[in-house]
Design a protein around this ligand. Structure first.
Ligand SMILES: *Cc1c(COP(=O)(O)O)cnc(C)c1O
Length: 374
């Protein structure tokens, strides 16, 4: 069997271990410490806007805390992009609230502003005002920030920006992760930078960050004994994990460049293949190209190609199955236009890691070309 080519695997820089050694030597082996603080500062300076960052155990916990900070409770409704990974929607249910799914538009594959407004006016007509909107920059492609924000502003509903896949992406020159009332980042093993597992909440005020950290560290009130007036969570990032994050921040830009060059490679190599369409960057959009995705002309071509790659020990994956199609969310109200269903049928994510070698990219390309030559 040929060696496995992964969709998106961890890519260490070599700068991580010194921070981990430092943590061991100073005995900061705990969910707090100098690496946690410095990783937060690194992220804050990277994002460039006046934002505050709380390092957490995962992107999912960051989404959960953002819903709590927005006061989402049992019986509330929260709007969520349907075309996403399930972690965008699950925390809505943790709060006992109902997800309302909104379909995508074709230009960025992200939340459609037209469907968003239809969803909001329909919920309002039923007497319910959604408590938040979770919009996602899927695969690193920014969503239509201005259009989504305009709708959110018109109906006065806060936006949670799920930037788990889009660290390093830009919209009109501004970094993704700075557009929401709250924004979240993920450093899971498959993301553009990884801490093995981890995430962050990005807030507009220091007070919000402090509240998030308070809740993430078991909500201990100020007293010599353990005193609690809130339900707390164990969501803080470990100081060991944050050491990996500090090392990864040193190569974030080069990881973005590598992922973008993978995408360029695929576009150039396949430009004469009329069976394949790529997601283009609209004017003013800069995608980190976390995953390179293609659309085939039918579901059977997509599945055929996926199996041909699998036979060569190359991992690929259909585009995320929309949440409104997931068994677990089948009773959730959805506002649909058919776009995410079609993307799911025809779309495939290709190997996209920043650590892919030229030989590996060639192996992927040979397999694709052989499949279409039959
Ligand atoms: C990975 C991911 C998350 C969750 O992040 P974790 O750190 O794995 O909890 C949320 N939303 C999207 C879109 C993701 O891709």
């Amino acid at each position: 069997m040929k060696p496995k080519i992964w969709l998106s695997s961890p890519h260490m820089s070599g700068n991580e271990l010194p921070y981990i050694h430092e943590a061991f030597e100073s005995n900061w082996v705990a969910p707090l410490g100098p690496n946690v603080n410095s990783f937060e500062t690194d992220l804050q300076s990277y994002l460039e806007e006046d934002r505050h960052v709380a390092a957490l155990a995962s992107g999912t916990s960051a989404l959960h805390l953002s819903l709590i900070l927005l006061g989402v409770e049992n019986g509330d409704e929260v709007i969520c992009q349907s075309k996403t990974f399930s972690a965008s929607a699950n925390p809505i249910v943790y709060q006992g609230a109902t997800p309302i799914f909104v379909d995508s538009e074709r230009e960025t594959w992200n939340m459609c502003p037209v469907q968003l407004e239809i969803a909001i006016t329909d919920r309002l007509s039923k007497g319910i005002k959604p408590k938040a909107i979770i919009a996602v920059h899927l695969y690193g492609m920014p969503y239509k920030v201005d259009e989504i924000n305009a709708v959110a502003l018109k109906y006065d509903i806060p936006v949670i920006e799920d930037s788990a896949e889009s660290l390093g992406s830009l919209y009109k020159g501004q970094k993704c992760g700075t557009f929401g009332d709250f924004s979240i980042l993920s450093f899971n093993g498959n993301k553009i930078i990884t801490t093995s597992g981890g995430g962050a909440l990005v807030t507009k005020t220091l007070k919000q960050k402090e509240k998030a950290v308070f809740l993430a560290t078991q909500a201990r009130d100020d007293a010599p004994h353990y005193l609690h007036s809130h339900i707390g969570y164990n969501y803080r990032m470990s100081n060991i994990v944050a050491g990996i994050g500090r090392g990864q921040m040193t190569i974030l830009d080069s990881h973005v460049a590598r992922r973008r060059s993978n995408h360029e490679f695929y576009v150039n190599a396949l430009k004469n293949n009329d069976n394949i369409v790529f997601l283009q960057e609209p004017d003013g959009y800069f995608s980190n190209r976390w995953l390179s995705c293609i659309l085939l002309n039918s579901k059977s071509t997509r599945e055929g190609l996926r199996l041909a790659l699998e036979k060569e020990n190359i991992e690929s994956r259909p585009l995320w199955k929309p949440m409104h199609q997931q068994p677990v969310f089948k009773t959730a109200p959805s506002y649909l236009n058919g776009v995410s269903d079609e993307l799911f049928e025809k779309g495939l994510c290709l190997p996209s890691g920043s650590n892919l070698t030229d030989a590996e990219l060639d192996r992927v390309m040979t397999t694709i070309k052989t499949y279409f030559s039959k």
